[in-house]
Design a protein around this ligand. Structure first.
Ligand SMILES: Cc1cc2nc3c(=O)[nH]c(=O)nc-3n(C[C@H](O)[C@H](O)[C@H](O)COP(=O)(O)OP(=O)(O)OC[C@H]3O[C@@H](n4cnc5c(N)ncnc54)[C@H](O)[C@@H]3O)c2cc1C
Length: 387
């Protein structure tokens, strides 16, 4: 959707195809980071975006073995919006869609499922929809998520990195508080993240990969009890988890394509690299890809230039950020989450103790998390300025 907005803004005829009838998915990438907010500021859209329902997270911390530590302080970041905006993904996508639909070059088609690629003699020339319709395109962008059908159809090579964890997501109601109480809890072999969403906590219980069936078999009562042992603030309302329908499994995957393109096709976002939920970076990296893709290609496409010789540049530009963040996530899987789940009486890692002792250092994790690596800025043209 973000790539659609930027290409259409540059005057490129752009069609976004979405197989579902709406964007309504409960809790999927609600963490809109400062890097993304900065991009909306550059587009002159930040005030309008923040007028939509959201919660502000200015700092994140953890309670480890009953002791509270503050780890990342976003208020120390430069930029127009030094906080994470927690915004339901459908509000965010509706906002981008509403904005893009004002551009004459933009079209969005819902309930339009792509089932195959149209292969020409030299390059991919378009896509075929489930209803049999054939759509020609000078460039197909595969932004169809972490189970991307298009990357597979294009034969792009996938490198799986593996992840030792899965996540169980659930909600627990809470009273509204003046401050945002987003927090991680590590205690007695359990790790729970509670994201403060105003009148409820969006909770993530981190589990060993494949352990979901065993946890379900032990019963929902036991699940509720385990959750409150490590995260006591949940105890008042944990009864709201009525059954397993209220608990969703996220199978964590970490992978990346070793090639992101073929003549006529480019993969971006989760289709190019599935991230771990650690740090809530997935949506923000997907958006950075979209911005980089538009920076590299939009002017050429608007001028009618063949995009194929430029396609390799996206991976070259974005791979450092993807590799680095995935390496950090793997280290956290191994050294922090693994240790937390093995240890009944955990002690905060030395780095966490250092951040607590020297608050100025909390800018460092905030920067890595909130602004990322090699962050993009809007450089693609705005056709309305040149008309
Ligand atoms: C439970 C869960 C929690 C998450 N939590 C976070 C978080 O807190 N923070 C964060 O940053 N990230 C989070 N993520 C990851 C985040 O959702 C993704 O990184 C991000 O949405 C990737 O964007 P994308 O556009 O590449 O892919 P997606 O958001 O997956 O979008 C792909 C779109 O393509 C559509 N589609 C798929 N196949 C076709 C087809 N054949 N034809 C037409 N349309 C198709 C899909 O319906 C979908 O709308 C979470 C993911 C999950 C599953």
């Amino acid at each position: 959707m973000m790539a659609g907005l930027l290409f259409a803004r540059a005057g490129v005829q752009t069609l976004v195809l979405e197989k579902h009838a709406d964007f309504l998915r409960d809790f999927r990438g609600d963490t809109v980071h400062p890097s993304t907010l900065e991009l909306f500021d550059e587009l002159g859209l930040l005030t309008a975006l923040l007028a939509r329902e959201h919660d502000k997270v200015s700092a994140v911390g953890a309670v480890i073995g009953g002791r509270e530590y503050r780890i990342a302080d976003f208020t120390r970041l430069p930029g127009p919006a030094p906080f994470i905006a927690m915004m339901p993904q459908w509000h965010f996508l509706d906002f981008v869609a509403d904005t893009a639909q004002r551009l004459p070059a933009f079209t969005l088609r819902m309930e339009a499922e792509v089932v195959s690629l149209i292969e020409g003699p030299r390059r991919i020339e378009g896509v075929r929809l489930a209803n049999g319709e054939a759509l020609e395109a000078r460039l197909v962008i595969a932004a169809d998520g972490r189970s991307s059908h298009l990357r597979e159809a294009a034969g792009l090579p996938l490198q799986k990195l593996g992840a030792p964890i899965d996540v169980l997501w659930f909600r627990v109601p809470k009273a509204r508080t003046p401050d945002n109480r987003t927090q991680g809890y590590i205690d007695r072999g359990e790790m729970i993240v509670t994201i403060d969403r105003g009148d409820y906590f969006q909770c993530a219980r981190v589990i060993e990969k494949g352990a979901a069936d065993r946890i379900r078999a032990a019963g929902i009562k036991r699940f509720r009890a385990d959750v409150t042992i490590s995260a006591p603030p949940l105890s008042a309302h944990v009864g709201a988890i009525a059954g397993w329908d209220d608990v969703k499994l996220l199978t964590v995957e970490l992978d990346r394509l070793t090639r992101w393109h073929r003549p006529g096709l480019l993969a971006i976002g989760d289709a190019a690299h599935a991230m771990s939920p650690v740090g809530g970076v997935g949506i923000n990296l997907a958006i950075q890809d979209a911005v980089a893709a538009a920076n590299i290609l939009a002017a050429a496409l608007a001028a009618g230039v063949d995009p194929d010789p430029l396609l390799h540049k996206l991976r070259a530009r974005r791979m450092l950020a993807v590799r680095t963040i995935q390496a950090v996530q793997r280290a956290i899987h191994r050294n922090v989450i693994g240790a937390a789940m093995r240890n009944q009486a955990p002690r905060a890692p030395a780095l966490v103790r250092l951040f607590q002792a020297m608050p100025a250092l909390q800018a460092l994790p905030a920067r890595l998390l909130g602004l990322g690596i090699r962050r993009e800025h809007i450089r693609s043209p705005d056709a309305s300025m040149t008309d």
